[in-house]
Ligand binder design. Structure first.
Ligand code: ADP
Length: 441
């Protein structure tokens, strides 16, 4: 038996034993009080009978009454004398009987005898004697057994409540506690309880959530460290040839723009993509605090839309930008543009199979300070349940060939601006990415 059960069992058993004894005693005393009440009432009724019938207080009357009542009956006269053949022990104490109130109930002239006295007339009393019932006599009575049975049933119910309400949940906690940091650990069902067990379960759950956050942050940091090492080397290797390609292409633009202008601009657009990719890697590997300056979200988003219009047109995606200039924020233009590009590119990818529409709109909220909520809603297949939960984790990707960097970078950028990125699905089913950014006052 484990120690809490043992600790609870000992006082509980003591409580049940003491409670049972107290109950038996109480019932015994109560039963005897009732029985004596009846005995005293019997004396009074028969005294009244003798008086009303004007019966002689002779030994014959006493004997006749005794047979009917099943007790010994005597009369006590004004001289404190018993009727003939009265009990010899009573003679010495007859005066004491007389001194008692006539309807004074029951007393015990001897340890095993109970006497009830009732007045018949002035100086003449009826005395009933019977064998006293010991307290133990009442033990086996159905009422005693019934009350005891009910008390034990209640005690068992109480024990069950204690075990199922306290001991069992505590055992559950003890079993789960060593696994609190596991990835698949579950919240405790007792968290909804309002008592101390509920408090304990909520404390367990919040610790579990904190540990999970810390684990995710640690894993992210480990991934970033790996990426950082890779990126620094790679960026150097890539940036040099890309810069050279860009420079030479720009030189060629001056010389052969009229013949190959379109191709040269494709080369420049592709090198810009490579530069943007490398810049994302570098941001992840060595995040820098944003270079904040007042800027207009609508202007930045219009610029991103313009840049990505060819890619959208290619995928048959229409971008409906409903933003109106005047959405001032304190932001890092380059970083914010990168965040918007990532969201728009994802939406284009999500609808590339059969085309669609990406709507960009903005709401303003004054909850916890003035904020802009920029909503990007597409009509693709929407986020999977896993993507909603883990979409902003680094390297999470469900796309073939995807790297799982875009939303992670976007979320970091938004966070660095004191905002928040939220992933959801619109009622239409498509993805709804919202950026909550503090407005510039
Ligand atoms: P990647 O695009 O390389 O997969 P992201 O971080 O940009 O990486 O996106 C992570 C995942 O989020 C995607 O693989 C995809 O499952 C999901 N996702 C992002 N944008 C959308 C969208 N507009 N619609 C549906 N799913 C999306």
């Amino acid at each position: 038996m484990n120690s809490l059960t043992r600790r609870l069992t000992l006082p509980f058993v003591a409580f049940v034993v003491a409670g049972s004894l107290a109950l038996v005693l109480w019932i015994g005393v109560e039963e005897r009080r009732q029985s004596r009440g009846q005995f005293s009432a019997m004396a009074r009724t028969n005294a009244a009978f003798v008086r009303s019938q004007n019966l002689p207080t002779s030994e014959r009357t006493a004997q006749a009454l005794g047979e009917v009542l099943g007790v010994r009956v005597y009369f006590l006269d004004a001289l404190n004398e018993w009727t003939p053949n009265g009990p010899s022990w009573t003679k010495s104490s007859a005066a004491e009987y007389r001194a008692l109130p006539v309807d004074g109930g029951v007393f015990m002239p001897e340890t095993s005898t109970e006497a009830a006295v009732a007045s018949i007339a002035q100086g003449r009393s009826l005395v009933l004697l019977r064998a006293a019932e010991p307290l133990t006599e009442f033990l086996s009575r159905p009422r005693t057994l019934g009350v005891l049975g009910a008390f034990w049933a209640l005690s068992i119910a109480l024990a069950w409540v204690l075990v199922s309400g306290i001991v069992r949940p505590l055992r559950g906690f003890a079993a789960r506690l060593p696994h609190i940091a596991d990835e698949n650990s579950e919240p405790l069902p007792e968290a909804s309880r309002t008592d101390e067990i509920g408090q304990l379960a909520r404390a367990y759950d919040s610790t579990r959530a904190k540990l999970a956050d810390e684990r995710r942050a640690r894993e992210q940091a480990e991934r970033l460290a790996t990426l950082g090492k890779m990126t620094t080397g790679l960026a150097h290797e890539i940036n040099n040839p890309v810069s050279a390609i860009k420079l030479h292409t720009q030189l060629l633009e001056g010389e052969i723009a009229d013949v190959h202008g379109e191709r040269l601009s494709i080369i420049l657009a592709e090198t810009a993509k490579i530069e943007s990719l490398v810049s994302q890697w570098m941001f992840l590997a060595r995040p820098q605090p944003p270079q904040l300056a007042p800027c207009d979200l609508a202007v930045l988003i219009s610029a991103s839309v313009k840049t990505l219009m060819p890619a959208a047109a290619h995928a048959n995606v229409e971008i409906v930008n409903q933003l109106v200039p005047g959405l001032a924020v304190n932001g890092d233009r380059r970083r914010l543009a990168q965040a918007f590009d990532n969201i728009i590119i994802n939406a284009i990818h999500a609808m590339s199979a059969s085309g669609g529409e990406l709507k960009i709109e903005c709401r303003t909220t004054n909850e916890n300070g003035r904020k802009y909520i920029v909503l990007f809603t597409d009509i693709g297949a929407g986020f999977s349940t896993t993507a909603i939960a883990k979409g902003t984790e680094l390297f999470f990707s469900e796309k073939e060939g995807g790297m799982g960097i875009g939303l992670s970078v976007t979320s970091e950028i938004v966070r660095a601006h004191g905002g928040e990125l939220r992933l959801a699905n619109a009622t239409s089913g498509g993805a709804e990415v919202s950026l909550h950014l503090p407005a510039l006052n």
